[in-house]
Design a protein around this ligand. Structure first.
Ligand code: C2E
Ligand code: CA
Ligand code: CA
Ligand code: CA
Length: 287
């Protein structure tokens, strides 16, 4: 399983008939419980994988980072998309184990690439339930020590809606993480209810413009107006701005023109296996 070709799995998942499990539509609680039992086993046995999607500077073509995305190939069900099992794992609390597993795996990989001369910043997604995990900052400190990485090599992505669900708790935990030198990124920016009153209280380093604004960027004047405004707003608040979901060349060219700092998307690369990511780095090393 661990040697499975994640890139291929990802392409298959993109054809959405592989939606083997639909959380929202499924009324069968026993099945959900068994899936969660299987996930727990998969975490314990290190049978999950991470795929890494490159983050690239549109103007220079340099690859400066990656986002780690969890991949689960179930022994009987096959590929289970994260959008299906993450919400379940959040409900049951298993997400905390998954987050810790993912942080360790991603940091070990980052250390491997650093040893090979690739100094990348790794982005890891936090879920809303992680924001209540008061032990998380110490855990991350221990992982940084284990891997010998500086805290600024780790970027933690969190959605606006996760923060706004319980802003006081979120601000408390995220501030503790940022105090230790980790960077925060606001994921899916522009689709959640945004409160600058709270964002202002957070040491945010990056905002990621939601892919719904990027998908039709080249064809839609309105999306261009929104995206260029978010970029200007982000910059005036001192944030780096990343665009996610870049699927075509014209969109990437527009983002470069608008001064967007980083871009991510299928046009640049799909989420890749570690080996495929290493190849990708080799091809973009000169950039
Ligand atoms: P996200 O954090 O917004 O991650 C970006 C998603 O967009 C990923 O889907 C990625 O594969 C996909 N994507 C990247 N480029 C493109 C593109 O050009 N076009 C399109 N249409 N999609 C693109 P994925 O891997 O299926 O993950 C879905 C969501 O599941 C993530 O959304 C995130 O919320 C969650 N997730 C994934 N891995 C983890 C994890 O390790 N921990 C937590 N807590 N959540 C995770
Ligand atoms: Ca993300
Ligand atoms: Ca996102
Ligand atoms: Ca999302």
């Amino acid at each position: 399983l661990r040697h499975a070709d994640v890139a291929v799995l990802d392409a298959r998942a993109a054809e959405s008939h592989i939606r083997v499990y639909n959380h929202a539509a499924d009324p069968h609680r026993p099945e959900r419980l068994s899936l969660m039992g299987d996930l727990k086993i998969a975490i314990e046995q290190d049978a999950l994988a991470l795929a890494y999607q490159p983050k690239l500077e549109p103007r220079t073509g340099r690859v400066v980072g990656a986002e780690a995305l969890v991949r689960w190939t179930h022994p009987r069900r096959g590929f289970v998309p994260p959008d299906s099992f993450i919400p379940l794992a959040e409900e049951t609390g298993a997400i905390r184990h998954l987050t810790r597993w993912g942080l360790r795996r991603a940091l070990l990989q980052t250390a491997d690439w650093a040893a090979a001369g690739h100094d990348l910043r790794m982005s890891v997604n936090l879920s809303v339930r992680d924001l209540g995990d008061a032990a998380l900052p110490d855990r991350i400190d221990a992982l940084l020590e284990e891997t010998g990485l500086k805290p600024d090599r780790l970027m933690l992505e969190i959605t606006e809606s996760a923060i706004m669900g319980d802003p006081e708790t979120a601000v408390a935990l995220l501030s503790r993480l940022a105090d230790r030198g980790m960077d925060l990124s606001i994921d899916d920016f522009g689709v959640g209810q945004s409160s600058f009153a709270y964002l202002r209280r957070l040491p945010v380093r990056e905002i990621k413009i939601d892919r719904s604004f990027i998908r039709t960027l080249a064809e839609t004047a309105q999306d261009q107006a929104i995206v260029s405004t978010i970029i200007k707003l982000g910059h005036s608040l001192g944030y780096k701005v990343t665009a996610e979901g870049v699927e075509d060349g014209p969109a990437l060219a527009l983002l470069a023109e608008m001064g967007c700092d980083l871009a991510q998307g299928y046009y640049i690369a799909r989420p890749l296996t570690p080996a495929a990511f290493t190849d990708f780095l080799a091809r973009h090393a000169a950039g």
